[in-house]
Write a protein that binds this ligand. Sequence first.
Ligand SMILES: O=C(O)CCC(=O)c1ccccc1C(=O)O
Ligand SMILES: [Mg+2]
Length: 354
Amino acid sequence: MHRLKMPLKFPFTNSITTIKKKDIIITELHDKDGFIGYGESVAFDAPWYTEETTHTVEYIIEHHLWPLIKAQQISHPAELKINNIRRNHMAKTAIEGAVWDLFAKRKQQPLYQAIGGTTNKIPVGAAIGLQSSDQQLIEKIEQALQQGYKRIKLKIKPENDLHTLEKVRSHFPTTPMMIDANSAYTINDIEHLKRMDQYHLMMIEQPLASDDFTDHAKLQQQLKTPICLDESIHTLADVQTAIALQSCKIISIKLAKVGGFTNAIQIHDYCQQHNIPVWCGGMLEAGVGRAQSLALATLPNFTLPADPGASNRYWHQDIITPEVEVNNGYVTLPQQPGIGYQVKLPSTDQKVLT
Ligand SMILES: O=C(O)CCC(=O)c1ccccc1C(=O)O
Ligand SMILES: [Mg+2]
């Protein structure tokens, strides 16, 4: 486990918190033949998005996950038995992602192909945090469009939301645009939220609480704008509940939320069978997590642009070479085995588990 601290280029603010730096754990998994797989913990240092933090991830890996898996004999990553550890999906992803990378490298295959991806060209969008003024927000959107991003996701919160959308839409009347509330509203805001229908947004992400499938269903019934669930979705059972209750029309899948590729693929397939489009949300990932999220987004039902874009959007310097680049709104994944990028890590703060 490599422990890194990476400062963001600029603070990223949502309805709950402001992120200025990330504490990241990169896992490095060795096999007896000398192959190396990498995984990433995308947890934050506080439990505002899910219950996990960088510290709980480190603890669970060292004291529970690694002891559980180190003697397991598997011939495919889907055989990994980690379900007797409840939840802790970010910790599991940091290990499971490394197992998949190692597996793909052993097969001499790009990770995206190993998981069943069908293209290496992924449309990506830009997520823009809350800004201190509308003018600043307009400038940030303009910059992102100039960098080639084709869809814009705005963080919102109840104060000023309609006013801001009015301003943004008057500057960018046709840009594909969506908003993410990170649970800032309640069902009592239903009349207020209905007024957002006039801004022809692609979706509103997670307007209500993360465990509130019934109120999301009530809201979706009255809202033309599609609801996308993010924080509500941790398991296939969550997806089944959301679809059965019609709590949303779109689902955001993140590896870290659902405990890795095997679960993410299952969720993707279920959504595809039920005509629910999915897209790959971002977690301000460093290079390893970014490459893995983008690999996931090559599955065929990821039909909407992904969050994870260019490395240099968030980082002064990423931990992979080459860095992830965006050209004309697309990331093109390399054809090298595994994640396809070289990982370069400082040798300073690491813990060896045997
Ligand atoms: O560009 C990104 O990585 C996505 C930014 C983002 O919206 C986000 C970042 C960190 C945690 C949660 C979220 C979210 O989608 O809610
Ligand atoms: Mg979100």
